[in-house]
Design a protein around this ligand. Structure first.
Ligand SMILES: N[C@@H](CCC(=O)N[C@@H](CS)C(=O)NCC(=O)O)C(=O)O
Length: 213
């Protein structure tokens, strides 16, 4: 098989460490036991080569032979095609994994990301905007995820790339105690992050950034 190379920043500040999206890709690669190499791109000085791979100047991207792929969801879909440890083998299971992968990004992360900006900023004010984003996340997304995850171990029957994305999205909410009223979501994050592949990916990301300090 052609070489797989994951590119992430050479360094990031302390706050996002352990949550940089290359972790999703590391996690998938570890789950599937695919051989890969990690390369760095400068965080502070993002040049044309970076934008040629990732048009928004973000991380991560993945190269696999002559393919270069950005967007963590697209990367995970690509990896899902390479291993049945990442995507169920049957047609219905694959369809379920794909819809949940998109749901993690387009429905749940779309609500959790603006909410997390308030949390990162330390804004605890009871402003209408803050209330809007609290309601959007809690009432319109997590309440429904709680129903889905109550009694389901994994989103597509067996563990898949959909769980990597959904658990990673929910993990950031949990960081700010946003899952306190959603015990099934919290148990799902705990179950997913107890997997050896997550632990390895997490430790490797921390070591990668620490090496640049
Ligand atoms: N939708 C993109 C988001 C990528 C993203 O937000 N990456 C962050 C690191 S986790 C980043 O590059 N931040 C720096 C920036 O946006 O300038 C994906 O899922 O790959």
């Amino acid at each position: 098989m052609s070489e797989i190379v994951l590119t992430t920043f050479d360094w990031v500040p302390e706050m996002p460490r352990g949550y940089v999206r290359d972790l999703r890709v590391r996690w998938a690669l570890e789950e599937a036991a695919l051989a890969y190499r990690v390369e760095s791109t400068p965080f502070r000085d993002r040049g044309p080569d970076h934008f040629a791979h990732q048009p928004f100047g973000q991380a991560p991207w993945l190269t696999h032979g002559d393919l270069s792929i950005f967007e963590s969801g697209a990367i995970l879909l690509h990896l899902g095609e390479l291993s049945d440890k990442l995507m169920p083998a049957d047609r219905r299971g694959r369809s379920d994994a794909k819809e949940w992968l998109f749901a993690a990004l387009a429905s749940v992360e779309a609500a959790s990301q603006p909410w997390s900006f308030f949390m990162f900023s330390g804004d605890t004010g009871e402003t209408p905007m803050r209330k809007f984003f609290d309601d959007f996340l809690y009432q319109h997304r997590l309440k429904h995820m709680e129903t889905v995850l109550d009694g389901s171990e994994w989103l597509a029957g067996t563990f898949s790339v959909a769980d990597i994305l959904m658990a990673d999205v929910l993990r950031l909410v949990d960081r700010f105690d946003g899952l306190a009223k959603f015990p099934s979501c919290r148990a799902y994050v705990a179950r997913a992050t107890a997997r050896p592949a997550f632990v390895k990916a997490y430790d490797d990301q921390l070591a990668h950034f620490a090496a640049a300090d």
